[in-house]
Design a protein around this ligand. Structure first.
Ligand code: HEC
Length: 123
């Protein structure tokens, strides 16, 4: 190995390090690492309200359309279908939280396994 090769190798490592550092600095400046001031999806004034009165007037067809619009990009909703990015939601109402053996849930959701998905919990 001649000294020129070692110089080039050192320069390559140095440039790679500087590039990674610059990308990280620019990324941190452009994408804030704090929680958003306003939730992306908010239900003003409806958080933590009992769901039962709303269920009395629920429009199942509209709910079905919304689920297909918003949720099915990650969740299958047909019985027996494979899990997607998220677990299959067929029969989720009344099911144990993180209750599918086929899906690898996060530790946070697994920690809720003694509870069930009631209408209120889903809300
Ligand atoms: C961007 C992907 C994505 C979208 C869109 C999404 N989910 Fe999920 N969902 C997930 C993931 C991933 C999990 C598993 C989370 C975990 O393990 O902590 C999950 C978990 C769930 C669970 C828990 C299921 C169980 O077996 O305990 C429910 C209920 C749920 N989602 C409902 C919905 C509904 C309703 C919508 C639409 C309004 C929706 N999700 C949209 C990715 C998504």
């Amino acid at each position: 190995m001649d000294s020129m090769f070692l110089n080039r190798l050192g320069a390559a490592f140095l440039l790679s390090g500087v590039s990674v550092w610059m990308c990280s600095a620019v990324g941190s400046a452009v994408v804030p690492q704090t929680a958003p001031a306003k939730p992306a999806f908010s239900l003003p004034g409806l958080e933590n309200k009992p769901i039962a009165p709303f269920m009395a007037h629920a429009d199942a067809a509209r709910g079905d359309a919304l689920v297909h619009q918003v949720c099915t990009s990650c969740h299958a909703v047909n019985e027996g279908a494979s899990d997607g990015v998220g677990p299959n939601l067929s029969g989720v109402a009344g099911r144990r939280i993180a209750g599918l053996s086929s899906y690898s849930y996060s530790g946070a959701l697994k920690g809720q396994q003694k509870h069930f998905w009631s209408d209120q919990a889903l809300s």
